[in-house]
Ligand binder design. Structure first.
Ligand SMILES: [Zn+2]
Length: 345
């Protein structure tokens, strides 16, 4: 595609490890293995660095109630719910996650990069306006979408959530609005129990909330089918100004929390499909935000495959297949043309 910058930007910062969770599956180790992979693959040499920063309370309040923000600020170490732990520094790290994600979309809007990757924690998509849950404190992607509406005057933002779990917080944030199209594919039944097919949005937002709850056991082919037949056609019709991705890697076949069978290559395929839509509709603007993914080896391998594809260093096997189908078409044409000279071709 002529004129589209494919420049990638990466947000990675050691301070995201300071949200300490003890023996919990949402551990600082998750980012440590990703950051080590970025080093060993020399990703930083080929990408722009996006700086982390602390989001202000005002920015976080774009999507959260001030009473909830104050609660987190004042509570110190403890439990928000049975799954969601705070250490001494967690409030600050959560603000750093939101601020970093805002920098990712700001750098995209400024044209410094077209593809952004936020490797942050705590994750965000379960966080509701007035409470954290499911390992999530603030809803990074929802605040980023609100910021894009307010600061950059966008009114067509698409969020695709491929995490194993439904992003209840993100769905609820935009349920009655058409400025943000929320689409999720997730395991069902599973935590948190929301995300039924019939939840399609309400009022102005009716039709702008698309859930595909699927049973455990689905692999790359099923996900690609859902993209090809459902998400990509809707995205093409919506023609977003930017695509935001809740990129969870807990659908990997090796993940301890999920029952899905997606491979590292499958994540690259899904990423490529969304990058293609971004190239066609919004000058390549796309941002990936880390959500879940709890097998350390699967997580780093999956992120690596996704990045190598986004850096255009690995060709898609599907692209090869597309070439093949072109050739098949030409072969058919040639056969038809020549069949009167060569019987039974
Ligand atoms: Zn998840």
């Amino acid at each position: 595609m002529g004129g589209i910058s494919s420049k990638c930007g990466i947000l990675a910062d050691g301070r995201y490890l300071d949200h300490e969770t003890g023996p919990h599956v949402e551990t600082p180790q998750r980012l440590k293995v990703i950051y080590e992979m970025l080093q060993s693959e020399k990703i930083h040499e080929r990408t722009a660095s996006i700086a982390a920063r602390y989001a202000s309370e005002e920015e976080i309040a774009l999507n959260h109630t001030t009473s909830y923000i104050q609660q987190l600020k004042n509570m110190g170490a403890g439990y928000l719910d049975a799954d969601t732990i705070l250490s001494e520094k967690s409030y600050d790290v959560a603000r750093l996650a939101v601020g970093g994600c805002l920098n990712v979309v700001d750098d995209i809007m400024a044209g410094k990069i077209s593809r952004g990757f936020a490797f942050v924690r705590p994750p965000g998509h379960h966080a509701e306006r007035d409470r954290g849950m499911g390992f999530c404190l603030f809803n990074n992607i929802a605040v980023a979408a609100r910021h894009l509406i307010k600061k950059h005057s966008l009114n067509k933002i698409a969020i695709l959530d491929w995490d194993l779990h439904h992003g209840n917080g993100t769905q609820h944030a935009f349920y009655a609005e058409k400025e943000v199209l929320y689409m999720s594919i997730h395991q069902c039944p599973c935590y948190p129990g929301t995300g039924q097919l019939e939840e399609i949005g309400e009022e102005e937002g009716e039709g702008f909330n698309v859930n595909l709850p699927i049973p455990a056991g689905v692999g790359d082919e099923g996900y690609i089918e859902a993209f090809d037949k459902l998400f990509l056609p809707i995205l093409e019709k919506y023609s977003p100004h930017i695509i935001l991705v809740s990129a969870g890697f807990d659908t990997h076949y090796d993940d301890p929390l999920g029952g899905m069978k997606v491979t590292a290559e499958g994540f690259a395929e899904m990423g490529q499909a969304l990058i293609n839509i971004a190239n066609q509709n919004c000058n390549g603007k796309i941002a990936f935000f880390l959500e879940g993914g709890y097998s350390l080896s699967a997580l780093s391998e999956s992120v690596k495959e996704l990045l190598l594809r986004a850096l255009e260093e690995k060709k898609s096997p599907l692209e090869e297949k597309a070439h093949l189908s072109n050739i098949v078409h030409l072969i058919e044409k040639a056969k038809n043309l020549h069949s009167k000279f060569w019987r039974d071709l």
